[in-house]
Design a binder for this molecule. Structure first.
Ligand code: SF4
Length: 383
């Protein structure tokens, strides 16, 4: 398939691998964080780490929006479905994320709550039109990629006067999270994790462009290369990061030029700006409260804001004991450092969010890498 197979060619992968080995300085370590779970998934699926020299290491970052959503927001969604008796619509991954007491939307659905999986915001609007006597809440989640469709759904609902539709907004922003990681004690003070450069997310950047990364590349003196999701994209981007680091540069470069531009998608950004504004702070799993890192619905659309319509409370809840998701999301630990990995916690029985989504680091390790890096007892139990 054009634009897919071309970026998976074995001969080119071997040539890129040789170029990386020839360029990487054997006297130094290169720790390169991929922010996006799509990259983590591709690295494992195609064995990209095996094509790197030993001193080039991928550090897995926050991953996917499902992974970074705190337990309290899952509890809020469960409350909406159970206590307010709404039709709660959301994307499939969110259904299995455990909330407090290991409850999930899937479990409350089994107990009778009206929770429905949708593939798009348009599905949620259709359900609202078909059920005028019921309140329909769309549990919106995602980085900048999925924000424009939510904005359009809100605009459509307003234009149609759809009184029974509202959005529980959990849209978060990528640049603020990368900045938070670079400001974290592990990176700045303790030095227990060193991140030398970043793979910029590809789908997110197709909306926001490459420009927003310039601030922290300059401020924190770390190079950023926006990388596509195919294995050759990731390898080419690794080579570009290594070249920058060797030269002492810290610039924003764009490997994914077939999709990403400097300014991004102006129409999509305009839609988002019409409907959403910045929250002063928002809690991320693993990062805590991050200033100006998420969006809320503007006053002009307040009648469609589920947080206001149902007075959704701020809920502080803890992760499952022993789950290392918060440290994995900050790049401090690997999934195989978690004692629950592969024994208590598997994709069929996830204990934390990183095991739920296929883009989560724990799910990627489980699917493609558990027999390589897992402790001996896990390998023996799985044999
Ligand atoms: S393996 Fe499971 S319990 Fe451990 S960090 Fe990953 S999601 Fe959490």
């Amino acid at each position: 398939m054009k634009y897919v197979d071309d970026f998976r060619r074995q001969d080119l992968a071997q040539r890129l691998s040789a170029a990386i080995r020839a360029t990487a300085d054997p006297q130094r370590q290169y720790n390169l964080m991929e922010f996006c779970g799509g990259h983590t998934h591709a690295i494992f699926r195609y064995g990209v780490q095996d094509l790197m020299p030993d001193n080039v290491r991928f550090v897995h970052g926050p991953g996917c929006p499902v992974c970074v959503l705190p337990v309290g927001r899952i509890d809020n969604a469960i409350q909406l479905a159970v206590e307010h008796d709404v039709i709660l619509c959301t994307y499939g991954d969110l259904l299995r994320v455990p909330g407090s007491g290991r409850k999930s939307l899937l479990k409350v659905k089994a107990d009778g709550a009206d929770v429905r999986m949708v593939y798009s915001t348009q599905d949620a609007l259709r359900i609202a039109r078909d059920n005028p006597g019921r309140e329909v809440v769309f549990f919106a989640i995602g980085f900048e990629t999925t924000t424009p469709p939510t904005a359009i759904a809100l605009q459509v609902a307003k234009a149609e006067g759809l009184k029974n539709f509202s959005v529980f907004c959990n849209h978060v922003l990528t640049p603020a999270a990368i900045q938070n990681i670079l400001e974290s004690p592990e990176v700045r003070e303790i030095g227990s994790v060193s991140i030398d450069g970043f793979f910029g997310p590809s789908h997110v950047s197709s909306v926001i462009g490459s420009q927003p990364y310039e601030f922290f590349a300059e401020e924190f003196q770390r190079p950023v290369v926006i990388a596509g999701f195919e294995p050759l994209d990731i390898m080419q981007s690794a080579l570009m990061l290594i070249r920058q680091l060797n030269a002492g540069r810290h610039e924003v470069e764009n490997e994914y030029t077939r999709v990403v531009t400097y300014e991004g998608n102006r129409k999509a950004k305009a839609r988002v700006a019409e409907v959403f504004e910045l929250r002063r702070s928002f809690e991320w799993r693993g990062l805590g409260l991050v200033p100006y890192s998420a969006l809320r619905i503007k006053a002009a659309y307040a009648e469609f804001d589920a947080e206001q319509r149902f007075a959704v409370p701020a809920v502080k809840a803890s992760d499952v004991k022993g789950c290392e998701c918060p440290r994995i999301l900050r790049g401090v630990k690997k999934p195989t450092d978690c004692k629950l990995f592969g024994s208590v916690c598997t994709p069929e029985n996830p204990m934390g969010s990183c095991m739920v989504s296929s883009e989560g680091a724990c799910a990627a390790y489980w699917t493609y890498g558990r027999f390589r890096d897992a402790p001996a007892e896990v390998r023996e139990a799985s044999a």
